[in-house]
Design a protein around this ligand. Structure first.
Ligand SMILES: [Zn+2]
Length: 385
């Protein structure tokens, strides 16, 4: 870097970036701040812990209320079914109703932590599974706010599929409250999907999560590479077949169809992104390394070089310089990341910010895993021309 660039860089930090950072920066990285303060016994850390306790209290109360309501409904239903006090013809009616309901009851209850895992479980499990996701597609998967109703759902789940690598730091209180040993760590139904993934960006030195780094065990955003989606589908088919052996043939057929569909699309996606004029991008959070490697994009820098930790003025200025020297014009960010810093950098380099969905369900039209990758390819194809 020559003297002129250094002077420009310092001017950028002093005049533009530092004032921007000093205005309410901490509000936008709530958990990183809470973690740091929790480690030092600060006020926000206490609030974070209290919120966890409150959530568990609410979760427990709601679970009890649901159980009581369920028993009351059953009692009322019995009264309605046997108004005269005797069974008469009603057992036949009851058996008929139970017969109609039986396929629903027979479904395998499965919980996933993210909508991407849910989409793959549904593609493989089909009608044999009753699957729900705790996280929603528009939420930052690092900071999901679990709903109390999931205590009941987790209580009856036979399988729990999670991303792992400490992405789901919010899961532990739910598992403690659910009282279902099968889906707790070490249980037969607890499936950490990172076990089948070649993980990128594994730290070479120990990372202390209390400092706010949300990728302490490596980069957990691996679902954005379709090759990894195939690995997930194989793992999911295997674990569903272990718990529901009668469905093994169905799962194998569905896995073959999922593989055929995805493998049929991947070369087209790669060809479309190979044609773009400029494959160099910057990113807000390091969510895109798996996608970038799969589709030949080059990431020249991050607004959060330390994942989950707010950038310093120097880091922001360094990104401006990196983008300028590489000729990168586009910054990728997710909807839940703050727009101010990305807009600032985009303005300095004469580029633009591209907001991308990072999960199935992030937008109503993205209903399946192939929908997600198709949307990403099509948005990038337009933005990188
Ligand atoms: Zn992350």
């Amino acid at each position: 870097m020559n003297t002129t660039t250094t002077t420009n860089n310092n001017t950028l930090i002093t005049n533009i970036i530092s004032p921007a950072i000093s205005t309410g920066n901490d509000r936008e990285w709530p958990l990183s701040k809470a973690r740091k303060q929790s480690a030092s016994g600060g006020r926000n850390g206490d609030r974070q812990i209290r919120r966890g306790r409150d959530a568990r209290g609410t979760i427990g109360t709601m679970a009890a209320a649901l159980a009581v309501a369920g028993r009351t409904r059953q009692a009322r239903a019995r009264l309605r079914l046997f108004p005269g006090g005797g069974p008469g013809v009603w057992p036949a009616v009851l058996l008929f109703v139970l017969g109609l309901l039986a396929p629903g009851w027979a479904r395998l209850p499965v919980v996933t932590t993210t909508t991407d895992l849910l989409a793959i479980v549904q593609a493989i499990g089909g009608d044999r599974v009753e699957a729900v996701s705790i996280g929603r597609g528009h939420e930052d998967p690092h900071f999901v706010e679990p709903r109390p109703s999931f205590l009941t759902t987790l209580g009856r789940a036979r399988l729990l599929f999670l991303i792992g690598l400490d992405l789901e730091i919010w899961l532990r209180p739910l598992l403690e409250g659910a009282r279902n040993q099968t889906i707790k760590p070490g249980g037969r139904g607890y499936v950490d999907c990172s076990q089948v993934i070649p993980v990128k960006e594994v730290p070479t030195v120990r990372v202390d999560p209390s400092m706010g780094d949300v990728h302490p065990l490596g980069n957990p955003h691996y679902w954005l590479d379709p090759a990894n989606a195939l690995r997930l589908a194989e793992l999911i088919a295997r674990r569903l077949s272990e718990v529901d052996p009668a469905g093994a043939a169905t799962f194998a057929t569905n896995l073959a169809a999922f593989r055929r569909d995805l493998e049929g699309r991947i070369p087209g996606w790669q060809a479309r992104l190979a044609k773009v004029a400029n494959r160099k991008v910057a990113c807000f959070h390091s969510s895109w390394i798996y996608f970038a490697d799969a589709f030949g994009l080059e990431i020249v820098g991050y607004l959060e070089p330390r994942p989950g930790i707010p950038p310093t003025g120097r880091e922001i200025a360094a990104l401006v310089v990196a983008m300028q020297s590489a000729g990168a014009k586009v910054i990728l960010r997710e909807r839940y990341h703050p727009d101010r810093f990305a807009d600032l950098v985009a303005g300095k380099v004469g580029g633009k910010v591209l907001v991308l969905p990072a999960s199935v369900g992030a937008e109503p039209s993205i209903k399946t895993y192939p929908d997600l990758i198709e949307t990403l390819v099509s948005r990038l194809e337009s933005a990188l021309q």
